[in-house]
Design a protein around this ligand. Structure first.
Ligand SMILES: Cc1cc2nc3c(=O)[nH]c(=O)nc-3n(C[C@H](O)[C@H](O)[C@H](O)COP(=O)(O)OP(=O)(O)OC[C@H]3O[C@@H](n4cnc5c(N)ncnc54)[C@H](O)[C@@H]3O)c2cc1C
Length: 327
């Protein structure tokens, strides 16, 4: 909407962003956001949900999910998230494509800017923005990103079918991605900085028992090699100080995730890693009426089922908050 403002005799032309008022806004479309949308819809809160850049969230980059209750035969992650979305839609949630780009939580209703062009005013806000992959920070990793360097083995592993690849990381995600790659690639070189992994014992056992995964202990990545595409990695054994080159066609980074909380920096309480802090046993943040759920506030469990559970909590907390206000 465009307005002409006349002030003190001077005509100023101002572009005012479009504003829409909603009752309950949910930001994020992973298991937490969609579950919050299901509960909020059924409670009559008419939620509007913005999906962000990754509709369906992190599970859209994995293959089979075997640990989510209710799927006795397992389910592919992307399909599971389509099911979540359909269920939220069936309950009446208004699911939209769009990214929250700014927030103003200093007064009620809260204001959330979408795609830098539109403001949503909301009585209650549920934050379910999840987490994003971390990178090593090497210039060569950045230069070759998308040309053999990837943070998503499931998305890009297929392009390197039958070839040798490397993966860096020592947690459950790294193990899961190494196992995925081992099924499609000839050899998987797994680079571990220390002489032990952080991953759960069951995941470590699976990796160590997989014949075509070659674990390199005490190994740092020095450089990703290649002009326009990856053709090797230079590594350093940090015990012997020996450098060597491993010829590979792809380099996968699986060193963890960062909570997507930058929008709320200086506004909501968060820990030193950026995870939003919620009050024990609830989804309540330090601002009444603003709730957080899923991986953006959970650095311990980080599972689909815990994210969904906390999404349910956030919707119930929002319902009670709005009920107490008489909405
Ligand atoms: C490779 C891999 C395999 C996994 N396998 C399993 C498994 O087998 N079982 C299991 O239980 N868990 C698994 N997990 C973990 C699980 O995916 C996460 O715990 C879960 O997805 C977290 O859900 P979430 O809703 O908190 O956030 P996410 O899934 O991270 O979703 C975050 C959402 O927020 C949106 N968003 C972010 N910023 C904005 C913004 N500014 N505006 C609007 N939207 C925004 C994103 O687009 C996205 O939709 C796996 C994770 C990975 C990476």
């Amino acid at each position: 909407m465009h307005f002409f403002h006349i002030f003190a005799g001077i005509t100023t032309y101002r572009i005012m962003a479009e504003t829409e008022k909603v009752h309950c806004l949910i930001v994020g479309s992973g298991p937490a956001g969609y579950t919050a949308a299901i509960y909020a819809s059924r409670a009559g809160l008419n939620p509007v949900l913005y999906q962000g850049l990754q509709p369906g969230g992190q599970l859209t980059i994995t293959t089979e999910v075997e640990n989510y209750p209710g799927y006795p035969d397992g389910i592919m992650g992307p399909q599971m998230m389509i099911d979540f979305e359909k269920q939220a839609q069936r309950m009446g949630a208004d699911i939209r494509w769009g990214l929250a780009t700014k927030v103003d939580l200093s007064q009620r209703p809260f204001k959330v800017e979408i795609d830098e062009e539109k403001w949503i005013e909301t009585d209650a806000l549920i934050i379910a923005t999840g987490a994003s992959a971390k990178w090593l920070g090497l210039p060569s990793e950045q230069r070759l990103n998308g040309h053999g360097v990837s943070a998503c083995a499931v998305c890009d592993g297929f392009f390197f079918k039958g070839q040798d690849v490397a993966i860096v990381g020592a947690g459950d995600t790294a193990c899961e991605e190494a196992l995925y790659l081992s099924k499609i690639c000839s050899n998987v070189h797994m680079l571990i900085r220390r002489d032990e992994m952080r991953a759960s014992k069951v995941m470590q056992d699976r990796v160590l028992k997989t014949a075509n995964i070659n674990v390199h202990w005490n190994t740092d990545t020095v450089e990703v090699l290649g002009e326009n595409k990856v053709d090797g990695i230079k590594v350093l054994n940090n015990k012997t100080n020996e450098e060597s080159i491993i010829p590979v066609k792809a380099f996968f980074v699986a060193i963890g995730h960062e909570p997507n909380s930058v929008l709320f920096k200086g506004i909501l309480d968060m820990d030193e890693a950026g995870y939003l802090i919620t009050k024990a046993g609830s989804s309540k943040t330090n601002i009444e009426g603003v709730f957080a759920c899923g991986d953006v506030q959970d650095k311990i469990y980080r599972q689909a089922v815990t994210a969904a559970g906390s999404g349910c909590m956030a919707a119930l907390d929002a319902e009670r908050y709005l009920g107490a206000l008489g909405h």
